[in-house]
Design a protein around this ligand. Structure first.
Ligand SMILES: [Zn+2]
Length: 648
């Protein structure tokens, strides 16, 4: 295969996502970035292969399945669909979706493991180290967190020792360093390249690649009490998916053109372990590993406990798919950390999308309709340079995976087109249509604007496919913009096209209404979280001491025929038995109450309830909504303490 053909092949992968995770904005971002790059390369005429998938083995899956009483396979068969569903909603154009529990993957993992074992690059030894059970990884002392905790999840580490197979990766380190020295774009961006190089120049140890403590994984060929280490297993998906075993021709076509996009937290696996494995296997190394940053939310780290995890399904529902895709790629310089905020998203929708792009389309279509009956004038009327070098600049930015810069270039172009309207003042020309010079000038302006919009639709297509299609339809163009090629674009091709009626592309969001709705929603959520605390006035310790409370046991509970809320309780204090009426009928059956130990207020003045004298009150905690208890739990002493003991 000659080099030119090979240059027109583009294979891109997302990491395979851990199937037990709930899909969040981080997953959405990586996958949208890969999708945009795939769509862009397709429009550049490349043979693109875009792979994503799920990582389905490991300790956590095994534990989660046990808890649910199902097999791990049944569990992953169900939950991997969360990701497939999200990719559908996000309009992801992946060509393949690989699961590590698929036979096509398992066979390749075992074949590679065996090959490395046969050639002596995998050997048996003993591994001892600080292990993080949830992360399924040994943590070297140098990177442990405070008090021997996991640097990734912060949990305490366990000392573990087991028989293990090791991969002799250290042997290939000099070769890898040499490769990166010659291939500066082997790791992108540069800050990650430097990080990897300094790691490689330190001490790189052989990797433990099997476990005996784990059941849910791929067995080591010929030694079934060992299961292949999850990372070793997972990385191989990239090669398995393009036919490493089954289709050598296909593998040879796509493999040398592979780019891995990953979060910056997993670059060591992708830029050190994986290339060392490939070197040992005698396979070409990835063209690039591209590492992006992390998302914070409104300036804070995203975490489940803070409750600020951004749900991509919800964002698409609230703001639309294309604005969400646009925002993620435009807002943050690729490779850096980004901050997600709905306010910033709304800002982008109103300015970039509604104002700049939406208005350009609207104004142009309306002028075409009123001045030329909706037909784009002939190209013979000439062309003004709105284009500039947008195509070259976008291409240069995309080569660096700088999505934000590519979009800035596109929006500069859209800005020039808007400015062109202001400068040429077509509404003025339209009033002078008995002058042939003005007729020609107006023709030219309308043709140029149409062409600018046709190109704008193509340029936004990789990021906002649906928007491109809507623009295409409104411009009255045939076919699908996503199937067009940038190289075949020529200025003036659209002459004679009959445009359609202008429709609003992106409705403006009224900021005041949006803020109001947002505050109301926030208030509602907070009320749901913590029921409004009503506080009593301060009391003195003497007041508290005046309340006599003792440990008691409910002997039996009886219904009171006339009451929906009350039970008649017989309560044993050890030194005496009392009758107490208690409003807890909605929450317990008499059987549940019999024998329960409670705290009883014993010196309350007796009251008559439903004709029964009540001598005391039992303590309970409740969640109240509108003054009514919605859930309730009895307060009980911990441990064994004699009935009648005083509570203070
Ligand atoms: Zn951990």
């Amino acid at each position: 295969m000659d080099n030119r053909t090979r240059d027109k092949v583009f294979y891109i992968t997302t990491p395979i996502y851990y199937v037990n995770d709930i899909p969040h904005i981080g997953h959405a971002y990586t996958t949208i970035a890969c999708d945009t790059m795939s769509r862009y390369k397709r429009m550049k005429g490349f043979d693109v292969h875009f792979l994503t998938g799920t990582d389905e083995h490991g300790q956590k899956i095994q534990a989660a399945a046990e808890k649910q009483g199902i097999t791990p396979q049944a569990l992953v068969d169900r939950i991997h669909l969360n990701f497939k569903e999200l990719w559908k909603v996000l309009n992801i154009s992946n060509d393949d979706f690989i699961r590590t529990t698929e036979d096509r993957h398992i066979r390749v993992v075992q074949a590679m493991f065996k090959k490395l074992m046969d050639q002596g690059d995998i050997y048996k030894g003993t591994y001892e180290g600080h292990y993080c059970v949830p992360c399924e990884t040994y943590v070297p002392e140098s990177s442990m967190g405070p008090n021997q905790t996991c640097p990734d999840c912060g949990r305490p580490l366990t000392m573990m020792k087991e028989e293990s197979y090791f991969f002799r990766g250290s042997k290939y380190v000099p070769q890898l360093i040499e490769y990166y020295e010659k291939n500066l774009s082997g790791v992108m961006p540069r800050i990650r390249y430097n990080e990897i190089m300094s790691f490689l120049r330190g001490e790189v140890r052989d990797q433990s690649v099997s476990r005996t403590t784990l059941k849910w994984g791929i067995p080591v060929p010929g030694d079934e009490k060992h299961v292949i280490y999850v990372w070793f297993d997972a990385l191989i998906n990239y090669a398995a998916a393009v036919g490493y075993l089954d289709n050598p021709e296909r593998f040879q076509r796509y493999w040398p053109a592979v780019r891995h996009m990953v979060g910056k937290d997993i670059i060591r696996f992708h830029c050190v372990i994986w290339p060392l494995m490939l070197l040992a296997l005698g396979l070409p190394l990835p063209r690039s590993v591209i590492a992006h940053g992390w998302w914070t939310v409104d300036g804070e780290k995203m975490s489940k406990s803070k409750g600020n995890v951004v749900d991509p399904f919800k964002m698409v529902k609230d703001y639309g798919l294309d604005p969400f895709r646009y925002f993620l790629l435009r807002e943050v310089p690729f490779g850096s950390d980004g901050d997600f905020s709905e306010a910033a998203l709304v800002g982008r929708i109103n300015s970039d999308l509604a104002n700049d792009l939406g208005n350009l389309l609207n104004r142009t279509l309306q002028m075409s309709e009123s001045y030329r009956g909706g037909v784009v004038p002939a190209a013979g009327s000439g062309y003004d340079d709105i284009l500039g070098s947008v195509l070259e600049n976008v291409d240069a930015a995309m080569e660096r995976f700088a999505f934000d810069e590519a979009l800035k270039e596109v929006w500069a172009f859209i800005g020039r087109a808007n400015k062109y309207i202001d400068e040429t003042m077509p509404w003025k020309l339209a009033k002078e249509q008995d002058d042939p010079a003005s007729v020609a000038a107006l023709d030219k302006v309308l043709m140029n604007l149409f062409e600018a919009l046709r190109l704008a639709a193509l340029l936004v297509a990789p990021v906002m496919p649906q928007t491109a299609q809507r623009m295409w339809a409104q411009l009255g163009l045939e076919g699908d913009p996503l199937r067009e090629l940038y190289d075949s674009f020529h200025w003036g091709m659209g002459s004679g096209t009959r445009v359609r009626k202008a429709e609003v592309l992106f409705p403006r969001i009224d900021i005041r209404e949006w803020q109001k709705a947002r505050e109301e929603k926030k208030k509602m959520e907070e009320e749901k979280k913590a029921p409004a605390a009503e506080h009593e006035p301060e009391i003195a310790i003497e007041d508290f001491k005046a309340v006599e409370m003792r440990v008691a046991r409910i002997v039996k509970a009886e219904e009171i025929p006339k009451s929906r809320k009350l039970y008649k309780l017989e309560v044993d204090l050890g030194y005496e038995t009392r009758t107490v009426c208690s409003g807890i009928k909605a929450f317990f059956t008499p059987e549940e109450l019999a024998g329960k130990r409670v705290i009883l207020v014993t010196n309350l003045k007796p009251v008559k309830l439903c004709g029964i004298e009540s001598n005391g009150m039992i303590l309970a905690a409740s969640v109240k909504v509108d003054g009514n208890a919605e859930s309730l739990t009895l307060v009980a002493p911990e441990g064994d303490i004699p009935l009648g003991s005083r509570v203070s």
